[in-house]
Design a binder for this molecule. Sequence first.
Ligand code: ADP
Ligand code: MG
Length: 165
Amino acid sequence: MQEAYLLLGSNQGDRLQWLQQAICMLALLCGNLLQKSSVYETAPWGLEAQPHFLNLALLLETDKSPEALLESLQDIEEMLGRRRAELWGPRTLDIDILTYGNEVMHTEKLTIPHLFLHKRRFALAPLAEIAPNFVHPQLHKTIATLLAECSDPLSVCLYDGFLAR
Ligand code: ADP
Ligand code: MG
């Protein structure tokens, strides 16, 4: 068994509903969900002319290898209506592996820890809520430190879906 931190994101349609469905599918197909952050509303990164995202971070306990986990995550993205169009473009659902145990790996399909984890406030802020003291296995700094040092200017706000809907 390994513990992997995941980041879920959606910026199309009923964003909260996609995240909720993804959480159900993850629990059914991938392992045990041990922790879940709040939902955050975040400004789009990379390709900025698109709707704001909802993001949340999860801790998943899984017996899948990183490659098998990625395949399952992509299956879930597809089942929940994701169409792969442009890189960093709008999507109903995106699931990224932020970390997998303390592994450091870089293959054609998979970079772990996620290549942009330390550069993206939208990933660091939810992760810092559930894992402030987790040490980034490559940068050897805690998530709280990486968040404090992060220069990403894009906004990340706690999302109260009950008020917003
Ligand atoms: P992004 O998440 O960067 O917006 P995609 O979800 O379309 O873009 O992912 C593009 C590719 O990124 C995937 O096909 C996958 O092979 C690769 N990838 C590399 N590292 C990771 C990771 N840690 N988690 C998820 N996907 C990854
Ligand atoms: Mg992705």
